[in-house]
Structures are given as C-alpha cells and as structure tokens.
Write a protein that binds this ligand. Structure first.
Ligand code: IPE
Ligand code: IPE
Ligand code: MG
Length: 234
C-alpha cells in the first residue's frame, strides 16, 4: 500500500459469509467459521503492519443465539482455541479487548478473555476489539444503565449528560468508526456499532469472509481514501 493514502484510524469489519462459503463446498457451517477465524488473524496482523490504530471485528451478535446450538458452541470453542493460542503467542504488538455483554459466557471463556486483555503484547500498535455477544442497541442500553447508576448515586446530574457521556459509557474504547467494511454481499449494519458509525464510510464487498485477503482490504482502503468526508460541513 502506498503511504500517500489516507488511512482510517478505526476500521470495523462485519465478518460475514462463513456459512455460505462452507455450503458452496459441501462442508458444515462450522468449517466456514474455522476458515473465517484464520482470516481474522491474518487481517489483524495486516492492520498492525499498516499501523491501523483500531480494528473492531463483529464475531457474534446478540441475535446470533438464534442459531442451532452446535453452531453456537462451535463458534465459542473456536474463540477459546484462538485465545489459548494467543496466550502462548510472542510479542505481536496487537492488544485484544472485547466489547459486548459477557454475562452469558462460561467461566473458561470469561477467564480466557480477561487473560487476553491483560496479556503483555509489547508496544501496542493495533488494538483489536472483538465484538462478542455484541449488539449496537445493547451497547447503548449498557451505557444508559451505567449513567443511570451514576445519577442515582448523585455522582452526576441529569443536566450534565451529553453525547460525550454516552460515548464514554459504551463498551467500545473508541466512539468513532471511520470505515465499516462488510463482505458477503449483504448491505446492512445488522446492529453493529450503531453509535460509533454516525459518520462512518461504508464499503460493501461481494467476497465471502473466508475468502477475504489483504488485497481485498487494500481495495476497501483505496475506496475509503477517495471518499470526501464532510461531517456536515462544506
Ligand atoms: C458470519 O458468517 C459469522 C457469524 C455471524 C458468527 P455467517 O455464519 O453469518 O455466514 P452466512 O451469512 O450464513 O453466509
Ligand atoms: C452479522 O452477521 C453478525 C456477524 C457477522 C457476527 P449476520 O449474518 O448475523 O447478519 P444478518 O442476519 O445477515 O443480518
Ligand atoms: Mg451472515
């Protein structure tokens, strides 16, 4: 990638199309999730190599519990496997944090998540936020609850609540997402980063996530670089 490009500080990716990728090959859906998880690791490293500050990936939505139990279990086991591997990984300069509601997860997964978040990764270049049991609406509800607690305790007054208060009480460590990429051909947000996407640029791509390559990310970044972001100005 040429360094004349204007790179986003924060990229969000809706990692979609795993099921269709598997179906095309006559494989079980979980084979698509497995390949998708490998692509996620490669793309995280590529973002690090490009010096992208934040990468938020949609791994499991608050709506995905509707799927068959064996698929949900398969996704959670893949996540555990990834986190176990990570614990033994070298200095990758990639910090991991999770956004979403952790309450339904078992103790093993919760501990692995915390371990990953506290791991020493050396100097942080990229922070990867994994959206797991994440919903944009749930995140706003979470923020409102946190604020309500502070009001009830007399810590803040209702009049002092502004956009910044909502932003600071979200799960996410960053209130703005510059670019949202969705592979798989679907052109919707599916409850991803509702608050953070107020001024995001969107790039929808036909490739399925397990087939997504660095070159596909380059294409999305090139497209982003050509956009004229006005934020309501002229
Ligand atoms: C995205 O791929 C992964 C998750 C939602 C967990 P899908 O599983 O939604 O793949 P498609 O959309 O059925 O192809
Ligand atoms: C969004 O994809 C969630 C993730 C990629 C984790 P879905 O496949 O669940 O979204 P819909 O159902 O097509 O809107
Ligand atoms: Mg899907």
């Amino acid at each position: 990638m040429s360094d004349k490009l204007i790179l986003p500080e924060h990229i969000g990716i809706i990692m979609d199309g795993n099921g269709r990728w598997a179906k095309k090959r006559g494989l079980p859906r979980n084979a698509g999730h497995k390949k998708g998880a490998e692509v996620f690791e490669n793309i995280s490293r590529y973002c690090r190599d490009l010096g992208i500050k934040w990468l938020t990936v949609y791994a499991f939505s608050t709506e995905n519990w509707k799927r068959p139990k064996d698929e949900v279990d398969g996704i959670m086991n893949l996540m555990k496997g990834y986190l176990k591997n990570m614990a033994s990984a070298r200095n990758e300069h990639i910090a991991v944090r999770f956004i979403g509601d952790r309450t339904p997860f078992d103790a093993e997964l919760t501990e692995l998540m915390e371990k990953a978040e506290n791991a020493d990764v050396g100097e942080v270049i990229t922070t990867v936020q994994i959206a797991l049991n994440y919903g944009g609406r749930d995140e706003i509800v979470h923020s409102v609850r946190e604020i309500a607690k502070k009001v009830a305790e007399g810590e803040i007054s209702p009049e002092s609540i502004n956009e910044d208060t909502i932003s600071k009480n979200l799960y996410s460590g960053t209130p703005e997402c510059d670019l949202i990429v969705r592979p798989s051909g679907e052109e919707r947000l599916s409850n991803f980063l509702l608050w953070e996407s107020a001024y995001s640029e969107f790039v929808f791509m036909d490739v399925l996530w397990p087939d997504f390559t660095k070159e596909d990310l380059d294409k999305a970044l090139l497209e982003y670089s050509k956009r004229n972001r006005r934020f309501g100005g002229v």
